[in-house]
Write a protein that binds this ligand. Structure first.
Ligand code: PAF
Length: 279
C-alpha cells in the first residue's frame, strides 16, 4: 500500500493507477470503514483512502483535539482490506492559507445543519478537494451519516462533479448500535446500553410502515422511549433522503433519522422505512 503525505506525492502515485474508488475517512477505522474499503474493489481497479481529521468541519467547542487517532493501526487495517493508496496529509498540507470554501444549502439545512451550522460547508469543501486531488471514478460513503450523503449528492449534482457516488448500508455492533469512531467515547457499559437507540429506531420504522397516518404520535412515542432509556433526543423524523425534507407521512424510500445524546456522546442513526406498506 502506498502512503502519500503530500498532494504532489498523491498526484504522482495516482497517475500510475487505473480507475479508482475513493473512500474518504477521518481514520479511527472500524468495521464500517473496512466494509466501504472492501466495497471499493467491486467498483474500480484500485481503492484509495483519505485519512484526514478535517478541522474545518468541527466548530471551536467540538471534539477536534480529542477525536480518536491511531494512524499505524489504521494503515495496517486499510492494507489488510485491499487498499492500494492512502493519503494522510497534515492540515497545513491540505489547506495552506486557503480562503475559499464550498457553501452548501438545500439538504444541508435542518437536522445536523441546525445543530452544527458550519459543519457541512467544511465537509463539502474537503470532499470536493479530495475529489479534485484523487480524481476517482467512484466515491463510497456510508448511509450512517445520512445528511452527509444527501449534501454530497447535492454538491456533485449542482457542481457537475464527474464522480459516481455509492452509499453503503450502516454496519452495526452485534447489539445493533451503528458503528462510529465516536462510540469509543462511551464506556463498555454505556456502549451496551446505547444499543437501545437502534432497537427503538428499527421498531419505530416497522410501526410506521404499517401505520403511516399515525406518524406524529408514533414519533412522539419513540421520543419518549428514548428518554426513558436515558437518551436526550435532538431530533427524530421521517425524511426524504435525497432532499432531507421532513415528510409528514412515510412513503417508500423514506428513512427515519435520529440524533440523541447519551452520556455526553451524540449518536446518529437512520434506517429505511420498510416498503411493504399494509395500506
Ligand atoms: O464522514 C467522514 O468521516 C467525514 O465527514 C468525511 C466525509 C471524511 C469528510 O471529512
Amino acid at each position: 500500500m502506498i502512503i502519500c503525505r503530500t498532494k504532489a506525492e498523491l498526484r504522482n502515485e495516482r497517475a500510475k493507477l487505473g480507475t479508482l474508488a475513493l473512500v474518504p475517512t477521518m481514520g479511527a477505522f472500524h468495521e464500517g470503514h473496512l466494509h466501504l474499503m472492501r466495497a471499493g474493489s467491486l467498483h474500480a481497479e484500485s481503492v484509495g483512502v483519505s485519512l484526514f481529521v478535517n478541522p474545518t468541519q468541527f466548530a471551536p467547542h467540538e471534539d477536534l483535539s480529542r477525536y480518536p487517532r491511531g494512524e499505524d493501526e489504521d494503515f495496517a487495517l486499510a492494507e489488510a482490506s485491499g487498499v492500494d493508496l492512502i493519503f494522510a496529509p497534515s492540515a497545513e498540507e491540505m489547506y495552506g492559507k486557503a480562503r475559499s470554501q464550498v457553501v452548501v444549502q438545500g439538504s444541508a439545512l435542518g437536522f445536523e445543519g441546525d445543530m452544527r451550522p458550519t459543519h457541512f460547508n467544511g465537509v463539502a469543501t474537503v470532499v470536493l478537494k479530495l475529489f479534485l486531488l484523487f480524481r476517482p471514478q467512484v466515491a463510497i460513503f456510508g448511509w450512517k451519516d445520512l445528511q452527509q450523503c444527501s449534501v454530497i449528492s447535492q454538491m456533485v449534482r449542482d457542481l457537475d462533479v464527474p464522480v459516481s457516488l455509492v452509499f453503503e448500508e450502516t454496519v452495526r455492533e452485534p447489539g445493533g448500535l451503528a458503528m462510529s469512531s465516536r462510540n469509543r467515547y462511551l464506556s463498555k457499559e454505556h456502549r451496551e446500553e446505547a444499543n437501545a437507540l437502534s432497537r427503538i429506531l428499527f421498531a419505530t420504522a416497522n410501526v410506521l410502515a404499517c401505520s403511516p397516518f399515525d406518524q406524529a404520535s408514533i414519533l412522539d412515542g419513540a421520543r419518549q422511549q428514548l428518554v426513558d432509556k436515558g437518551f436526550s433526543p435532538d431530533y427524530i423524523a421521517v425524511v426524504d433522503p435525497t432532499t432531507m425534507e421532513t415528510l409528514p407521512e412515510a412513503k417508500p424510500g423514506s428513512r427515519i433519522v435520529v440524533a440523541a445524546r447519551f452520556f455526553g456522546v451524540r449518536l446518529l442513526d437512520n434506517v429505511p422505512i420498510p416498503t411493504d406498506f399494509s395500506h
